[in-house]
Design a protein around this ligand. Structure first.
Ligand code: AMP
Length: 120
């Protein structure tokens, strides 16, 4: 597991160095729209703690952080009106997962049929 590098773009957003349009914020979590949306609704959810990826988050985060994170995902999907039509939650990890930003995040995607889960 690589060490957390706080020069990543989401760490800058958390520090307020780069703006974002907040969709939800709590003590442990922040959510904002993806800058380059891949679907009509494309929201990123990130923990405020410094975790590289989902494996790091699952291994080191407190129960309060983990609960807050996944409750936020559910709340955002509901608030965005995605529950009835359906949606997808993606967590890319590492090189094979195609993770670009090394601060754990999930993508909530919806608003249209999303197609196959994986294309290679
Ligand atoms: P991933 O490939 O899973 O690491 O996804 C990183 C995502 O961050 C991509 O979908 C980018 O479009 C998105 N992104 C990069 N910079 C920003 C930013 N400043 N604000 C919002 N989303 C961003």
């Amino acid at each position: 597991m690589p060490l957390y590098d706080d020069s990543n773009i989401f760490a800058k957003i958390l520090r307020g160095d780069i703006p974002c349009q907040k969709v939800l914020e709590g003590p442990h979590v922040l959510a904002f729209p993806d800058l380059y949306p891949k679907a009509p609704t494309h929201i990123l959810v990130i923990p405020k703690g410094a975790y590289v990826d989902i494996a790091d988050f699952g291994a080191r985060a407190s129960e309060a952080e983990i609960t807050a994170f996944w409750r936020a995902v559910a709340d955002i999907a509901a608030q965005a009106g995605l529950k009835d039509s359906g949606f997808r939650v993606i967590a890319n990890a590492g090189a094979n997962g195609g993770q670009e930003v090394p601060h754990f995040h999930v993508h909530i995607l919806g608003g249209c049929p999303l197609g196959p889960m994986v294309s290679r």
